[in-house]
Design a protein around this ligand. Structure first.
Ligand code: CP
Ligand code: NVA
Length: 319
């Protein structure tokens, strides 16, 4: 049987996504009083492979695998032979002989796909240049626990139309949300992702829209979201991007344009008074640390699904 991977948000159906959010809520509620069914990874190991820095993803997967009863092993390119030229395919084949799943943070989506093609165990995207699907699961969990639903809500993302925006577009569409992305010209999300989100939205009630006016995009939003202006690997562009992205800062004006009960979100790490005003990040609408916490619960639910025995369906492995 081929392994079940999670490389992109759309590797889950809408029903599976909802099932994962349900299990994530259950795992969160009984985290300090887990039962035997909450340790589906007992006797199993998961490799956590990082080719870029991480605080939240690395820690939440490490703790999450351990809480599911499994053994997490963190490796990175600099301290493994990946950094000395061993191929991603050979690395995938070798790791597959030792571990039951591989969680990977890397650059190109194609590198992730090559790794998954050569692996015989599930591979999870822990962020690529193209997508950040584990982040989006935690974000949906955070919105749903605050608002009680996802379908019909409007999430407005201000800033760079790259990995986090792509995942919000796709995961939001699966959940029936309207996702508006306001980016400077030249930094919009990929057209192919927007088209895919709208195709999904046609069946779920969701909608994907790309705009260039931040305040117009923020008007009436249920959720305002932003991310760094220079992603990992783009550090050389920090100065030029700071100029281009100025009109897209998530500030008090954007909050005033949105609904009075708007949720303010950021995947973190954040730069106060660059992509987000400090008063907004630290203000009453902000749920950024709930998002960070929910990485743990959502990823535990995801691993429970991906590593469930074949006969066990979504939402049942740890539920
Ligand atoms: N949000 C997020 O993925 O954070 P890290 O880069 O710290 O993992
Ligand atoms: N877009 C950011 C997300 C960090 C979690 C990056 O890729 O660096």
């Amino acid at each position: 049987m081929t392994a079940r991977h999670f490389l992109l948000d759309t590797d889950l159906t809408s029903a599976e996504q909802a099932g994962i959010l349900d299990v994530a809520d259950q795992l969160k509620a009984r985290r300090r009083d887990p039962g035997p069914a909450d340790r589906p990874l007992a006797g199993r190991s998961v490799a956590l492979l990082f080719e870029k820095p991480s605080t939240r993803t690395r820690l939440s997967f490490d703790v999450g695998v351990a809480e599911l009863g499994g053994h997490p092993i963190v490796i990175d390119a600099t301290t493994s032979h990946l950094g000395r030229g061993e191929t991603i395919e050979d690395t995938a084949a070798v790791l597959s002989r030792y571990v039951d799943a591989i969680v990977v943070r890397t650059f190109a989506q194609q590198r992730l796909e090559r790794l998954a093609a050569a692996a015989s165990v599930p591979v999870v995207n822990a962020l690529s240049d193209h997508a950040h699907p584990c982040q989006a699961l935690a974000d949906l969990q955070t919105i749903r626990e605050r608002r009680g639903r996802l379908a019909g809500l409007t999430l407005t993302y201000l800033g760079d139309g790259n990995n986090v925006a792509h995942s919000l577009l796709l995961a939001g569409a699966l959940a029936g949300m309207r996702v508006h992305v306001a980016s400077p010209p030249g930094y919009e999300p990929f057209e192919q992702v927007v088209r895919h989100a709208n195709e999904i939205g046609a069946t779920t009630g969701g909608e994907a829209l790309v705009m260039h006016d931040a305040l117009e995009a923020a008007a009436g939003a249920d959720v305002l979201y932003t991310d760094v202006w220079a992603s990992m690997g783009q550090e050389d562009e920090s100065d030029s991007r700071s100029l281009v992205f100025q009109p897209y800062r998530l500030d008090e004006k954007a909050v005033e344009a949105a609904r009075p009960d708007v949720l303010v979100m950021h995947c973190l790490p954040a730069h106060r008074d660059l992509e987000i005003a400090a008063s907004v990040l630290d203000g009453p609408h902000s749920v950024v640390f709930d998002q960070a916490e929910n990485r743990l619960h959502a990823q535990k639910a995801l691993l429970s699904l991906l590593l469930a025995p074949p006969s066990t369906g979504a939402g049942t492995a740890a539920g």
